[in-house]
Design a protein around this ligand. Structure first.
Ligand code: AP5
Ligand code: MG
Length: 191
């Protein structure tokens, strides 16, 4: 299996690039943000608990997202591989993911981290906020908070994969197509 962590700050292009890569490599897209937003849209109990946390740009508790990934892996037991987008976001989540995969005799092939300048992140998210309806895109202070939460709680996850020699950093600035080409080049090295 090809199991990739597509990593990066809010607005780095994880969702945009995942869409291209799942087609090219026949992988399952596993975005905890998308899964949580669908829980909110369906007004489930989990969604109701997650909504106020997400609207502030804070992280939902580890056990909630780890549980969602566990059932996603079960639902797609015959997949050729997964792209994890927006997960893991804490070192505890990264450890849990390794355990979930190990219990299925699988492992992470690599983490690809998209590197994008802060000003560009803010511009992309504010721009999307005009049309997306995502409450966490609507307000510059919430966007700042998401970037702060990323720097404090999520960026350290890179070291977790660096220690396993699984970290690959890719320039996330430029056109969507140019970035896809860089990602594909990195992935070819992992196959
Ligand atoms: P999540 O949904 O994961 O959001 P995020 O990571 O904060 O950011 P985005 O999804 O907005 O960015 P992206 O990197 O996918 O960029 P995109 O391709 O969309 O998480 C939302 C919330 O859910 C979290 O804050 C948290 O509360 C909760 N959550 C989720 N996972 C969790 C976890 N594991 N643990 C705890 N809590 C969790 O692109 C952004 C915009 O830029 C788009 O408009 C796009 O069209 C545009 N764009 C993309 N590429 C380019 C380019 N090259 N040039 C110009 N524009 C571009
Ligand atoms: Mg996304």
């Amino acid at each position: 299996m090809l199991n990739l962590v597509l990593f990066g700050p809010p607005g780095a292009g994880k969702g945009t690039q995942s869409k291209q890569l799942i087609d090219t490599y026949q992988l399952i897209h596993c975005s905890t943000g998308d899964l949580l937003r669908s829980e909110i849209a369906n007004e489930t109990e989990l969604g109701q608990r997650a909504k106020s946390i997400m609207d502030r740009g804070e992280l939902v508790p580890d056990e909630v997202v780890v549980g969602m990934i566990d059932s996603m892996l079960d639902r797609h037991a015959d997949a050729r591989g997964f792209i994890f987008d927006g997960f893991p976001r804490t070192t505890a989540q990264a450890e849990a993911l390794d355990q979930l995969l190990a219990s299925r005799n699988e492992s992470i092939s690599g983490m690809i981290a998209l590197e994008v300048a802060d000003d560009e992140l803010k511009n992309r998210l504010l721009e999307r906020g005009k049309i997306s309806g995502r409450p966490d895109d609507a307000n510059p202070e919430i966007i700042e908070n998401r970037i702060r939460v990323y720097n404090d709680q999520t960026a350290p996850v890179k070291s977790y994969y660096a220690q396993q020699q699984k970290l690959f950093e890719v320039d996330g600035m430029g056109t969507i197509a140019a970035i896809t080409a860089r990602l594909e080049q990195t992935i070819e090295g992992l196959i």
